[in-house]
Design a protein around this ligand. Structure first.
Ligand SMILES: [Zn+2]
Length: 348
């Protein structure tokens, strides 16, 4: 009998020890959740004044605003990703670019790609940057003359402006309007830089007849021949936002651009090292503790009353002012335009 009791006692103590191990293990696992999972799980922004915290590739966003899925001169793509969120200044800039490029540049409207998650932060898929609500991908494919369905916004692909398997623009795809769209984006003082493929930069260097003083803000980079990446400076009121180095004053059309074609984009000769011996480096995950401390507050902060309350739509004036342009002979009716939601502190 006594043997049985002590055995039962033992079982209990083993079970409780196991529980403790499980519990502590669980706590450890929770601490170990990568920041992308924490931020990727948020459906709505932090209901706080608009601020960008940290750097484009390591930070977060409070007071985010969504761009509406449809505007007079834009359509947001890949809606399931819920990356239509940005600092209100960026959302304003996208709306302005959409409207002005339609009015002046012959660009019928923007297809808006990824901006940021509702509270910014690292993402579960793609993008090292886009974390503080100041980066936006704008497709280099003009908006069609109709409204895409939700399913089409998931499946439609952007069109590369480069010739197939080449590093130069395709004359059958590239138009002067593409150039005007990019140059309009860099003309805005709040835009710090726009990333495009070196082939696009080269085309602009060779053909841009307008003001060339902002060509330096068009920055060559890998990829970016399906879309351009628009990056804003740290906005006023974002004291914890880290500015990126200024772009060089030089147009960047000379030796710096040649390097891309002579070195960076040259097909690589197969290296003597066997692939088996060189292990791919595993990148360390960004954890919450790696981000500015304010990001923990941003994560915990309450949601706004509704998504609608923090979604930007064009003011009705924009609709009347640009009505004669008739950008869409859409089989779909235009979405109802509602007044801009109550301004957040940034906009006042
Ligand atoms: Zn981007």
């Amino acid at each position: 009998m006594t043997v049985r009791v002590s055995f039962a006692k033992r079982l209990v103590s083993i079970a409780s020890a196991l529980l403790i191990i499980l519990a502590t293990g669980h706590a450890f696992a929770k601490d170990g959740v990568p920041a992308k999972k924490l931020f990727g799980g948020k459906a709505l922004p932090a209901d706080m004044p608009a601020q960008a915290y940290g750097f484009y590739s390591k930070g977060c966003l409070s007071g985010g605003m969504a761009i509406a899925t449809d505007g007079p001169y834009w359509q947001a793509m890949r809606l399931s990703r819920n990356r239509r969120w940005g600092h209100p200044q960026l959302i304003n800039t996208i709306e302005k670019l959409a409207r002005q490029s339609a009015q002046y540049d012959g660009w019928p409207g923007l297809l808006v790609g990824d901006i940021s998650q509702p509270r910014g932060g690292p993402m579960l898929t793609g993008h090292a940057s886009h974390q503080i609500g100041l980066d936006a991908d704008i497709w280099l494919t003009p908006m069609p003359n109709r409204r895409f369905t939700y399913a089409e916004r998931e499946s439609t692909s952007a069109i590369s402006v480069l010739k197939a398997k080449s590093v130069v623009t395709d004359p059958n795809i590239w138009t002067q309007a593409h150039g005007r769209l990019i140059m309009r984006a860099v003309s805005y003082p709040e835009v710090q830089r726009v990333l495009v493929h070196p082939g696009i930069k080269k085309k602009l260097c060779e053909t841009w007849k307008g003001d060339r003083s902002k060509l330096n803000k068009v920055r060559p980079y890998y990829g970016h021949h399906y879309h351009m990446h628009v990056r804003l400076r740290c906005p006023k009121g974002s004291g914890n936002c880290r500015t990126q180095n200024a772009v060089p004053a030089d147009s960047g059309c000379g030796a710096a651009l040649d390097w891309w074609f002579d070195v960076a984009l040259k097909p690589k000769k197969p290296s003597k090292k066997s692939k088996k011996t060189s292990k791919p480096k595993k990148k360390r995950q960004i954890m919450l503790g790696d981000l500015p401390s304010a990001c923990a507050v941003v994560l915990k902060s309450a949601d706004p009353v509704s998504e609608e309350a923090v979604t930007f739509r064009s003011a009705t004036t924009a609709r009347t002012a640009f009505a004669p342009l008739k950008p869409v002979n859409s089989p779909f009716s235009m979405p109802a335009l509602v007044p801009i939601p109550k301004p957040r502190p940034f906009l006042q």
